[in-house]
Write a protein that binds this ligand. Structure first.
Ligand SMILES: [Zn+2]
Length: 242
C-alpha cells in the first residue's frame, strides 16, 4: 500500500479507538491501568490530535524497511540512514517489520521510553509526527532538500505546540502499536500479503482476497479521498465531544 493510505488508516484507527479505550472500565477504573496510566491523559483536544498524528506516523514505521521509499527521505540523511539500518536488521522489505511481533515490541518499547526516557520519547514523537506529515504529502514536489526543511519546520512547530499544551504521552505505546498493526492489516489486503506471524515465513492475505494492487487507481482515486474525508469527519465529531 502507499504511504498516505497507511498514514490515513492509522489516523482513522486512533480516532476510532482512543475514546473507546479511555471509556473502558478496565482502563479507567482498574487500579492497574490507572497506575500505568495508559490512557490517563488521552482526552484533551491537543492530546487527541497528537495521538492521531502519532498513530498515523507509527502506521509508516514498518515501511522504514524500504530505503528507497519516499518516507525514508522525511528528515534527509537521518531517516535514510535509519531506513538502511532497519532494512538490514529486518531482512529486507516486508519481513520482520510487517508482523505482529514487531507491532507489540515497538509498542512496548515506546511505552517504556514514554515512562523512562523523556529525551528518547521526544525523539520518537518528532520522528512519528514527521513521518505522518510526509506520508500525507506535505513537502515540495521533486525537491528533496526543500521538502525535508518544510517537514522539519512543521514537525518542530507542532511538537512545540503539544509541549505548550502539556500533552502527556502515557498513551504513546498504545498509539504506536495500533499504528503498526493497522499497517500490517493494510498490507495483508494487498497481493503480496505479510508475514504476520514472523519469524514464521508464511505470508498472510486477508481471507476474502481483496488483493489491492499498490498505487493503482482504486487506491489513489477512491481509497485516499474516502479515508481523508473519514479522518476529517471523525476528528470534527471527536473534538466536538471533548
Ligand atoms: Zn508495508
Amino acid at each position: 500500500m502507499m504511504g498516505h493510505t497507511h498514514a490515513l488508516t492509522g489516523a482513522v484507527a486512533w480516532l476510532g479507538v482512543a475514546p473507546t479505550l479511555a471509556a473502558l472500565p478496565l482502563l479507567t477504573e482498574s487500579s492497574r491501568f490507572i497506575e500505568t496510566g495508559v490512557m490517563v491523559h488521552a482526552l484533551s483536544p491537543a492530546e487527541f490530535i497528537a495521538g492521531t498524528l502519532i498513530c498515523a506516523g507509527a502506521a509508516m514505521l514498518p515501511d522504514l524497511d524500504h530505503p528507497s521509499a519516499t518516507i525514508a527521505q522525511t528528515f534527509g540523511p537521518i531517516t535514510w540512514g535509519l531506513s538502511k539500518a532497519v532494512s538490514w536488521l529486518s531482512g529486507g522489505h516486508r519481513h520482520a517489520t510487517h508482523s505482529l511481533l514487531f507491532a507489540i515490541a515497538v509498542g512496548f518499547g515506546a511505552h517504556y521510553l514514554a515512562n523512562t526516557y523523556p529525551i528518547g520519547r521526544d525523539v520518537l514523537v518528532v520522528l512519528l509526527i514527521g513521518l505522518a506529515l510526509r506520508a500525507i504529502g506535505i513537502g515540495v514536489p521533486g525537491k528533496k532538500v526543500a521538502s525535508a526543511m518544510v517537514n522539519i519546520g512543521l514537525t518542530f512547530g507542532l511538537f512545540a505546540v503539544f509541549h505548550n499544551e502539556n500533552v502527556g504521552y502515557a498513551w504513546l505505546g498504545v498509539a504506536v502499536a495500533v499504528g503498526c498493526l493497522v499497517h500490517v492489516v493494510g498490507d495483508c489486503c494487498t497481493e503480496q500479503g505479510c508475514p504476520v506471524l514472523w519469524p514464521m515465513r508464511q505470508r498472510w492475505l486477508l481471507p476474502w482476497k481483496i488483493g489491492i494492487k499498490t498505487g493503482r487507481a482504486f487506491e489513489q482515486k477512491f481509497l485516499a479521498p474516502v479515508l481523508s474525508v473519514v479522518v476529517l469527519g471523525l476528528l470534527y465529531f471527536r473534538l466536538v465531544q471533548l
